[in-house]
Design a protein around this ligand. Sequence first.
Ligand SMILES: Nc1ncnc2c1ncn2[C@@H]1O[C@H](COP(=O)(O)OP(=O)(O)O)[C@@H](O)[C@H]1O
Ligand SMILES: [Mg+2]
Length: 209
Amino acid sequence: MTRGRFISLEGGEGTGKSTQAKALADALEIRGFKVHVTREPGGTPGAETIRDLLLSGSDEKWDMRTEAVLFAAARAEHCAKLIRPALARGEWVISDRFIDSSRAYQSVNGELSDDEIMDLHRVGSNNLMPDRTFILDLPEAVASKRAAARDRGTSDRIGGRDSDYHQAVMANFRQFANDEPERVHLIDASDVAERITENLVTKLGDLMS
Ligand SMILES: Nc1ncnc2c1ncn2[C@@H]1O[C@H](COP(=O)(O)OP(=O)(O)O)[C@@H](O)[C@H]1O
Ligand SMILES: [Mg+2]
């Protein structure tokens, strides 16, 4: 049996990741694939407990290094209990955020280097990388408006950081697409949702055989 495919959706809050994760899964299931939609931090009971720790409370609750280690711990659990077993069964996994979110967020202002974040990933998750990553690219002002409309103005511990922080995150994501063009594709997220999904399916054509 061939191994399944692992797709991650990345981008800032409000860029359409959750919308596209579900729509893409539907489009792949129509094509006959068994698909799991999951998310980070979280995806398994233990990792969802870590998610609650990470996303609730005040921004000062965790030092940035503690935060990075907690993300890596949640991901380790997610890889071991959900993602690797599903891929081994030949099934597809779509994760709403994965390692590139850690790289984009925990490196802002030089808090951690990319090497340090990847070291945590090596220890925790044996370096599992997606077969393809889509960065949903939207100007930060548009994305934050969409997120605010969805959440009626509330935000979680990380979403509540200022606009400079979120612009730096978005710039980091764009850099990844530049550095790793085969794995990481930048997607125009200002389009209507259905057209974005069609674009994603087209960009997975080579992974479907
Ligand atoms: N292509 C799109 N155009 C306009 N609005 C969108 C689009 N995709 C998603 N939305 C809306 O924007 C908000 C944020 O989308 P969501 O999928 O929750 O983003 P994320 O998971 O990246 O935070 C939701 O209210 C969603 O319905
Ligand atoms: Mg979401």
